[in-house]
Design a protein around this ligand. Structure first.
Ligand code: SF4
Length: 487
C-alpha cells in the first residue's frame, strides 16, 4: 500500500470534543428502499447504530405521491428526536437516516443530517459517515463560483457539486460529484426516484447492502440489519456506487482504483461487537486481540477485569487464553445522559464514577489486570487505576488491546490533538508512572494486523503507525473555511 509518512507535528484531526478521553465515531447511516414502513425501519436502524453518534439524528423520506422529500431531525438520541406522530409524517416507501456525533459547543441544528435541497434534478437528501480531506478546496472553489453554503459541514460540498453538475442524468451527476471528493465517505443520497449508496475508493468506513421484505437496506453495520429482521447480501465495495430504483440494484465503479484502507479501529472499538464489518465478525476479532494481548503481555494475577463496555470482549479473550478468571470489577451506569450537574462539594473522580463504579467484593485483596481497548489522554485510565486501588486491589496491571495511539484520525473519527494523545508524548514507562499502575502493556502493532489475517494490507493503521494512506489538509486552512463543526 502506498503510504505517506507525515511529519510529527501537532496536526489536528477533525476538532475533538474538549477534554474527551475516548475516540468518537462520527456517524451511522441507514437507507431503506421499497418498504411500506421505510421511515420506521430507518428509525429502528438508527437505534441499532446509536453508538456511532449520539448528538443528533434525522430521517428524510419520500412522500406517498412522489411529490418531493420530507424530513424530521433534531438534537439528541434517536429516542429523543422521533415519536409516532413524526414517523407517521414520513409516509413514503423510501428513506435515509443518520446518527451524528459532533464537537461540544458547536452542535448547530443546521448541521444535522440528512441535508436536504431542491435543485434542477428535483429534491435530494444526503447523509455521510466519514470526512472529506479536500472539502476545504472544493468549498473554496464552489464559493468562488457563487455557491452559498447553509452549513459548516463538509457533506454540503457534495450537495453543491451535485446541484451544479453539467450532467443531464441524475446518476451521472451523483457520480460526477463523488468523483471530486477525497477522503473517507460512506454516503447515501435519496431522490424521488432512487437511493444511491457510495463508498470511497479506499473504503475507510463500512457500508453494506441487505434485504428487508421486498425492499433493500443499506447501512453501516449488520447490527442494524439484524434489528430489521433483514438479510445480509454483501458489502458495498470500496469505490462502488450503487443505484437502487424500481428496476433493482445497479452497480458502477466510478473511481480510479486505489489501495483499500479500511479502518482497523472499527474492529478494536467503534463497531458493535455483534456486527460484521468489512466481512469480518467484530466479536471474533476482539477475542483474538485479547488472546494476543495475553500471549505478548501476560502477567501473574488473580482476576481479569474489563473496562466496560469497550474492554469486555478483549478481556474475555485474555481470560480464556490465560485461565485467569474474568469478573466484572467495574460496573457501568447505562443511564448517564450527555451532561450531568456536579455537586458543589467535590467528590473524588466524580466524572468517571458517575459512569463506572468499582465492585469492592471483586477487587479487594486481589491482583487485578484491567483491560481497555485504548488509552487516549490517559486521564480516565489513571482514575480507574486509583479506583481499583481504593477498592482494595493489591496490584493493578493495565493492558490495552491496541497499540499506543500516537496520531489523530483524519478519516471520520473525532480525535484530540496529537499533543493531547498521551502515547504521542510519553514512553510506555512514563505512561505507567502517570497511571500509577504496577505494569502497563499494549498490544503490538504486528499483532493487531495479524488479527485481520491475510487482509492486513487492506487496513488503515495510521493513528497507531503514522502511515497515513491519504494526505490531509493544513489545519489552519481547513478550519478557516469550516469553523469547528463536522458532520
Ligand atoms: S487513522 Fe486510525 S481511526 Fe482513522 S481510519 Fe485509520 S485506523 Fe481508523
Amino acid at each position: 500500500m502506498s503510504q505517506i509518512e507525515l511529519p510529527v507535528v501537532d496536526r489536528p484531526g477533525p476538532p475533538g470534543r474538549d477534554g474527551a478521553d475516548r475516540f468518537h465515531e462520527e456517524c451511522g447511516v441507514v437507507g431503506i428502499w421499497n418498504h411500506p414502513e421505510a421511515a420506521r425501519l430507518a428509525y429502528l436502524g438508527l437505534y441499532a447504530l446509536q453508538h456511532r453518534g449520539q448528538e443528533a439524528a434525522g430521517i428524510v423520506a419520500t412522500t406517498p405521491d412522489r411529490g418531493g422529500l420530507v424530513g424530521v431531525n433534531g438534537p439528541g438520541h434517536v429516542a429523543d428526536v422521533f415519536d409516532v406522530e413524526k414517523l407517521d409524517a414520513l409516509a413514503g416507501c423510501a428513506a435515509i437516516g443518520h446518527t451524528r456525533y459532533s464537537t461540544a459547543g458547536d452542535s448547530s441544528p443546521k448541521n444535522i443530517q440528512p441535508i436536504q435541497i431542491e435543485c434542477k434534478f428535483g429534491h435530494i437528501a444526503v447523509c455521510h459517515n466519514g470526512n472529506l480531506v479536500n472539502a476545504h478546496i472544493l468549498r473554496h472553489m464552489l464559493v468562488q463560483r457563487g455557491s452559498i453554503f447553509r452549513t459548516t459541514s463538509d457533506t454540503e460540498v457534495l450537495v453543491h457539486l451535485f446541484a451544479k453538475s453539467g450532467q443531464t442524468e441524475e446518476l451521472e451527476a451523483v457520480a460526477e460529484a463523488v468523483r471530486q471528493a477525497e477522503g473517507a465517505f460512506s454516503l447515501l443520497f435519496l431522490t424521488e426516484d432512487a437511493l444511491y449508496a457510495v463508498r470511497d475508493p479506499r473504503g475507510f468506513r463500512p457500508l453494506l447492502l441487505g434485504r428487508a421484505g421486498d425492499g433493500y437496506v443499506v447501512c453501516s453495520e449488520t447490527c442494524a440489519l439484524d434489528l430489521l429482521d433483514g438479510e445480509y447480501i454483501r458489502d458495498i465495495e470500496a469505490g462502488e456506487l450503487i443505484r437502487i430504483d424500481g428496476d433493482g440494484v445497479h452497480s458502477l465503479k466510478v473511481f480510479d482504483e486505489a489501495p483499500v484502507s479500511q479502518c482497523i479501529f472499527e474492529h478494536v472499538y467503534f463497531a458493535r461487537p455483534d456486527s460484521r464489518v468489512f466481512g469480518r465478525d467484530v466479536y471474533k476479532t476482539r477475542i483474538k486481540l485479547g488472546e494476543s494481548l495475553a500471549k505478548h503481555t501476560g502477567v501473574d494475577a488473580d482476576v481479569v477485569v474489563p473496562v466496560p463496555d469497550s474492554g469486555l470482549i478483549a478481556a474475555i479473550g485474555y481470560a480464556q487464553a490465560t485461565g485467569i478468571p474474568l469478573e466484572m470489577g467495574l460496573i457501568r451506569n447505562h443511564y448517564v445522559g450527555r451532561t450531568f450537574i456536579e455537586p458543589r462539594q467535590s467528590i473524588r473522580n466524580f466524572g468517571v464514577r458517575v459512569k463506572l463504579n468499582p465492585v469492592h467484593a471483586v477487587l479487594r485483596g486481589r491482583r487485578v489486570i484491567l483491560i481497555d481497548d485504548s488509552i487516549v489522554r490517559g486521564t480516565t485510565s489513571r482514575k480507574l487505576v486509583q479506583m481499583a486501588r481504593n477498592a482494595g486491589a493489591t496490584e493493578v496491571h493495565f493492558r490495552v488491546s491496541s497499540p499506543p495511539t500516537t496520531g489523530p484520525c483524519h478519516y471520520g473519527i473525532d480525535t484530540p490533538l496529537r499533543s493531547e494523545l498521551i502515547a504521542a508524548q510519553q514512553s510506555v514507562e512514563e505512561i505507567r508512572q502517570y497511571l500509577n499502575a504496577d505494569s502497563l502493556a499494549y498490544l503490538p502493532l504486528e499483532s493487531l494486523q495479524d488479527s485481520v489475517e491475510e487482509e492486513r494490507d487492506r487496513y488503515c493503521t495510521a493513528c497507531f503507525s503514522g502511515n497515513y494512506p491519504l494526505a490531509v489538509p493544513e489545519p489552519d486552512h481547513a478550519r478557516s473555511l469550516f469553523g469547528k463543526e463536522r458532520h
